[in-house]
Design a protein around this ligand. Structure first.
Ligand SMILES: [Zn+2]
Length: 257
């Protein structure tokens, strides 16, 4: 059986260094660093935070800024999106954070097939840049909660198989996107990837027919269902809590494992 590592999205208190110490006190295992609007952290602080996380045995991941659209028809937006992802990768490298998570983009007028082939090209280009720079990180496009957004579970599984990137499974987004979720089925589908480790997001979620509206506090029924299936998997899982009460949510999950 794999390990389940739990932790919050974003700092629980003060800056990253204060946050890591608090996470240790809370007896949690992970934190996702959120570059919400832009990559504000420099490489020096990244190194310092990475060293502290290592000392405290806390797993770090990075969430790239939200303003990313790898499917934009506007070259400036496309280039800026790639720049934001690469900047996040550089910081992640110095943080010792293996996974860089991002929202791929919007279909716009594109068919799903065309969108997929364009994303595939962009991911491959980004992976070449990562390799050139010797950054020890993996790109993780995230499963998305709105039907207008690229990132169904099937799309991402295909992308992982064909490019060698990784993925971030946001279970709440899958629920919002499809209006339902069968956790067992999700893990069945993931089997084809022969995962050694999986990075995930979880929260409660409000949704309409178009998908995600907003993140909510954890829902007891979904939390139980997810964790009972997660515990059966052979690989390690990092589950980042994106509910509004990030660290309390992580502690709630901890009670279930
Ligand atoms: Zn996200």
């Amino acid at each position: 059986m794999g390990m389940i590592l739990l932790g919050p999205a974003g700092n629980v208190e003060g800056d990253i260094l204060t946050s890591l110490k608090k996470i240790k006190v809370l007896n949690l295992d992970a934190q996702e660093i959120e570059f919400v609007h832009s990559v504000m952290m420099g490489n020096e602080l990244a190194k310092k935070a990475g060293a502290l996380a290592k000392e405290l045995n806390i797993r770090l991941s990075v969430h790239a800024p939200y303003y990313i659209n790898l499917l934009s028809e506007d070259k400036n937006i496309l280039d800026a999106s790639k720049e934001r992802i690469l900047k996040s990768c550089e910081r992640a490298h110095y943080l010792g954070a293996k996974y860089v998570i991002f929202h791929t983009g919007f279909y716009g007028k594109l068919t799903e097939e065309v969108a997929y082939s364009r994303v595939k090209i962009q991911i491959s280009e980004l992976m070449n840049e990562i390799k050139k720079n010797n950054w020890n990180v993996h790109l993780c496009p995230e499963t998305m909660g709105k039907k207008s957004q690229f990132g169904s579970l099937d799309e991402l599984i295909k992308l992982v198989k064909e490019t060698g990137c990784k993925l971030c499974v946001d279970f709440a987004h899958l629920l919002a996107r499809d209006q339902k979720i069968d956790y067992k089925e999700v893990f069945e589908k993931l089997k084809v990837l022969k995962l050694k480790e999986l990075t995930c997001h979880f929260s409660g979620i409000e949704f309409t027919a178009k998908g995600e509206r907003r993140h909510l506090l954890l829902d007891k029924k979904h939390t139980k269902e997810l964790l009972s299936e997660a515990k059966k998997q052979s690989y390690d899982m990092i589950i980042i809590c994106e509910a509004p009460n990030t660290w309390e949510g992580s502690l709630e999950m901890k009670k279930e494992i």
